[in-house]
Unconditional design. Structure first.
Length: 349
C-alpha cells in the first residue's frame, strides 16, 4: 500500500511515540504495531498512523529501539572525501581510536560515504531506515554544517569530533583546543629567542583554521610582538603551501607556526628552493604530529592531538546520550601537547 504524501512537521525537536499516537488518535501500542506488525491493523488505521509518522518526522527505528529495549550495537560514521594532494593521517588515527573504544563497549563502527552539504544527509537517512544504527559520530564539522540540526530534530543520538562553528549550538561534542596548541608553539619559539614569528594558516572562514590562527595571534600580542604582515594563507596542499610560505621567509620571519604538518612541509620546500635549511635558517612548527613529522630532516616540531582521549570521550558521550536523551548537552575541550624536535633550535644556536 502506498504511503500518503508527507507534510513537513511544524514542530521542532525530538518526536516521541506518544506524540505520534496522540496525533493519529490511537494508542502507543497501535503505533508500535504499525511499525513492527502492520498486518495486525486495519488498512485505514495503518494509513492514519503512517501519515502521522511522516508528517511529524518520527524515526521508526527509534520507536522499535525504545519498545524492545535493545539496540543494533552499530554506530554510524560518515567518511568525507579528502581533497586531491592531501592526506588524512590524523583522521585515520582518530578512526582507529574510535573503533577500538567502541569495540570495548560492545559496539561496532559502520562506515559510509558522506559528501559535504545536504546531499550527505541521504547516507544518514539510509542508515536510520535500513540498518537502525543507534547513533552517529560526526567529524569535519564546519560552518554551515546541516547534520547536527538534522539529527537533533529527529531525536537521533550523535556526538561530534569538532565544535559547531555557527548557528544554534545543539548536541554533544569533543574537540581539541587548537588555539591552545598554537599558543604553546609561540611560547616555545619565544623561549628559543624568536621574535619574528609568522603564521601560515588555511584561508579564513574555516572554524578549525581560524581557531588555530587565534592562538598564534593571542600569544604574539601577549608578548608585544607584531602580527601585521606575518600571516599567510594556503589550502592544505604542498605546492600552494610552498608558494604561500615564500613571502614570509623573504619578509624576515625567523620562525613559522603552521596550521598543519602539510603547510609546515611547504615551508621546508620553500626554504630549500632558497638554498636555506629548515631549523637552522627558519624555525618551523607544524600541527597534528602526523607520522611524517618524525621522518623529516630535521624532525618537525608539531602540536599533537590527544586522539585516543578524543575517541574515548566520543564513545562515552554517545552512550550517555543514548541512555539519557533529555540531559543537557556536554562539550569537552581537550588540550593538545607540543612535541619538540630539531626544527626549532634556539635562535643563533
Amino acid at each position: 500500500m502506498a504511503r500518503p504524501p508527507s507534510t513537513p512537521a511544524p514542530k521542532a525537536g525530538p518526536v516521541t511515540l506518544a506524540m505520534v499516537a496522540r496525533r493519529a488518535g490511537v494508542s502507543p501500542q497501535t503505533v508500535s504495531n504499525a511499525l513492527n506488525s502492520p498486518d495486525l491493523l486495519r488498512s485505514e488505521t495503518l494509513e492514519r498512523v503512517l501519515r502521522a509518522i511522516d508528517e511529524m518526522g518520527y524515526r521508526p527505528h527509534r520507536a522499535a529501539q525504545t519498545l524492545r529495549t535493545r539496540s543494533s550495537k552499530l554506530i554510524g560514521y560518515g567518511i568525507r572525501p579528502t581533497a586531491p594532494g592531501t592526506s588524512a593521517p590524523v583522521m585515520d588515527r582518530f578512526l582507529h581510536a574510535l573503533s577500538e573504544t567502541a569495540d570495548e563497549a560492545g559496539y561496532r563502527i559502520l562506515l559510509f560515504a558522506s559528501p559535504p552539504g545536504s546531499a550527505g544527509l541521504d547516507g544518514y537517512e539510509e542508515l536510520l531506515d535500513l540498518h537502525s544504527v543507534d547513533g552517529f559520530v560526526l567529524s569535519g564539522t564546519d560552518r554551515g554544517d546541516e547534520r547536527q540540526a538534522w539529527l537533533e530534530k529527529r531525536g537521533v543520538p550523535f556526538v561530534g569530533f569538532g565544535r559547531m562553528w555557527s548557528g544554534r549550538q545543539v548536541g554533544d561534542w569533543v574537540d581539541v583546543d587548537g588555539a591552545a596548541g598554537t599558543d604553546a608553539a609561540v611560547e616555545h619559539l619565544v623561549s628559543q629567542g624568536h621574535r619574528g614569528i609568522a603564521f601560515l594558516g588555511w584561508p579564513r572562514g574555516s572554524g578549525v583554521g581560524d581557531d588555530r590562527a587565534e592562538g598564534w595571534k593571542r600569544a604574539m600580542r601577549r608578548h608585544g610582538l607584531p602580527v601585521r604582515g606575518r600571516r599567510a594563507e594556503s589550502v592544505d596542499e604542498l605546492s600552494a603551501a610552498r608558494d604561500a610560505a615564500g613571502p614570509l621567509i623573504d619578509g624576515g620571519a625567523t620562525a613559522v607556526v603552521a596550521a598543519s604538518d602539510m603547510l609546515a612541509l611547504g615551508c621546508y620546500h620553500a626554504l630549500r628552493e632558497r638554498k636555506a635549511v629548515p631549523g637552522a635558517d627558519l624555525a618551523v612548527v607544524g600541527f597534528d604530529d602526523s607520522p611524517t613529522a618524525a621522518l623529516l630532516s630535521p624532525g618537525l616540531t608539531s602540536v599533537a592531538q590527544p586522539l585516543e582521549a578524543v575517541g574515548r570521550e566520543c564513545v562515552r558521550l554517545l552512550l550517555a546520550r543514548m541512555s539519557e536523551s533529555g540531559t543537557p548537552s556536554e562539550r569537552v575541550l581537550l588540550e593538545p601537547s607540543l612535541v619538540v624536535r630539531d626544527s626549532t633550535p634556539a635562535l643563533g644556536g
